[in-house]
Design a protein around this ligand. Structure first.
Ligand code: 5GP
Ligand code: SF4
Ligand code: MG
Length: 460
């Protein structure tokens, strides 16, 4: 998901909508904005793309005020229902509170059972609502204390934005698995966003990352910071660099684009092959293919063209649609492929559906050899921290060796980036040098945050 927050800026709703538009890649299922105008809250939410949900000028006019939070939904927990669309808003004795969340709680189901037993009535199936109930039943007096109280009970990955009549709040989980960025809008207002590309679209200035385990509180006096968890050691999601984030974003002080290009360079060094053209699977494979081509000296060609009017195939729900989506999305540019030995570069193989289709298509267009290079290690485990990977049994790499995968997708050769190569591309000496600095659980199975719901531990 993508989140934004605005404080102290005229037209806060429009800034939030633009920010969400820049974060559209983080979730295409639904979008919502809640504003506050000094007296009351206003909200609008809907299913679909940001541009469709916020297209009506009259409706935008009703989202009054100088503060706002917004959310793009990418379902990891909870179905595609309007009542699951964030931000969630609730009335409290201290005033109202709106909350939006990127990530996934690993003890949401466990907490929810306990809350339901205590009489809490849930309206949605999202894990974000667990947060809201924990705030509601907290015995602390102020909203800030209650938020901290709630944060200490949840486990998992979360970058939260929250809005009250008095503050805009940004909160990152202790390991900082998902990003959250702080910026300033031109006329003195503040902005929070999942990625820097959301600041860029409205001309906001990057200030700094919200730190892992940090809660920032923004009001008319400025910004304060709390450290409810004390000192923590971060584990940023490495897959944000590989695939999820937009390439023009700077995350944790690294350019996503440079990281992807450099992975391509490392891939070419590790698993070069004689070929005539380097072809990305667009869009996600483009920067790594550029790096691969530059390092190998083999020409880069757009041998596959992507239709941009189809959403990310992965996010569409059923297998049938996903298969259909893949064909709708990519087509072969035959003149660039005919008679050529082709190296295809993509970011990941999940189920293998995309790769298999694309390889067939490239061969049908006349390629004489097809080699596949992947800018991530094999995806062998599901993500429980906010990226929607299928369960283990559906992951091609969980049940197949690399050689078996090559056969399954029909390529002449297949290679994935090594962990050393991946971490070198991110500026480390090797894998050991990056040890304990990132989450890479979907590749290693080393989950840095306890999977409470999955393992059925009791909450105390
Ligand atoms: P597959 O067809 O192997 O299941 O999916 C691989 C393709 O899905 C890659 O081209 C990758 O860019 C794309 N993809 C889209 N969303 C995701 C996601 O959330 N996780 C992963 N691992 N790949 C995704
Ligand atoms: Fe990112 Fe993978 Fe960790 Fe999920 S499991 S947070 S996708 S690195
Ligand atoms: Mg892709």
């Amino acid at each position: 998901c993508g989140v934004v927050g605005i404080w102290g800026a005229p037209d806060a709703a429009a800034l939030a909508a633009l920010g969400l538009h820049a974060l559209q890649h983080r979730g295409q299922e639904a979008a919502g904005i809640v504003t506050h105008d000094g007296e009351r809250f206003w909200q609008h939410k809907g299913l679909g793309l940001v541009g469709d949900v916020f297209s009506d000028a009259r409706m935008m006019g009703t989202l009054k005020g100088k503060s706002a939070i917004g959310h793009n939904r990418y379902a990891t927990t909870g179905g595609t229902l309007l009542r699951n669309v964030q931000p969630l808003y609730a009335d409290f004795e201290f005033g109202g509170l709106a909350v939006a969340h990127n990530g996934n709680l690993t003890n949401a189901a466990t907490l929810r059972r306990a809350l339901v037993k205590r009489g809490c009535l849930f309206q949605s199936t999202t894990d974000t609502e667990v947060f809201v109930h924990l705030i509601a039943i907290s015995l602390y007096a102020t909203v800030l204390e209650r938020l901290v109280d709630a944060a200490k009970q949840v486990k998992g990955a979360y970058s939260v934005v929250a809005l009250t009549p008095d503050f805009l709040i940004g909160l990152r989980d202790p390991l900082g698995v998902r990003p959250l960025i702080l910026g300033r809008v031109a006329d003195g207002g503040w902005m929070l966003a999942s990625e820097t590309c959301a600041l860029d679209i409205v001309g906001a200035e990057f200030v700094r990352n919200v730190e892992p385990g940090e809660m920032v509180i923004i009001d008319d006096e400025g910004i304060r910071s709390l450290r409810p968890f004390g000192k923590t050691s971060p584990r940023f999601c490495v897959f944000e660099y590989i695939y999820f984030a937009r390439p023009d974003s700077i995350l944790e002080d690294h350019s996503v684009y440079e990281a992807r290009k450099q992975i391509g360079v490392e891939l070419a060094r590790e698993s070069g092959v004689e070929a005539d053209v380097i072809v990305p699977v667009p869009d996600s494979g483009v920067p790594s293919a550029m790096g691969y081509a530059a390092e190998s000296g083999i020409p880069f060609e757009m041998g596959i063209i992507r239709n941009h009017y189809v959403g990310r195939t992965f996010i569409e729900p059923t297998d049938q649609i996903r298969n259909l989506g893949v064909r709708m999305k990519h087509s072969a540019n035959a003149p660039a492929l005919r008679g050529k030995r082709v190296v295809l570069v993509d970011d990941s193989i999940v189920r293998g559906t995309t790769s298999r289709k694309i390889v067939d298509m490239v061969r049908a267009a006349g390629a004489t050899e097809v080699h596949m290079r992947i800018s991530s290690p094999p995806t062998r485990h599901p993500c429980f921290y906010g990226i929607d990977t299928p369960e283990e049994s559906q992951l091609l790499a969980a049940t197949h060796s690399v050689a078996q995968m090559a056969e399954a997708i029909g390529v002449d050769s297949l290679a994935f980036i090594s962990f050393d190569g991946l971490y070198r591309a991110l500026g480390h000496d090797d894998r050991a040098d990056a040890e304990g600095r990132y989450c890479d659980a979907c590749f290693t199975g080393d989950y840095p945050i306890e999977l409470v719901d999955k393992e059925g531990h009791l909450v105390s």
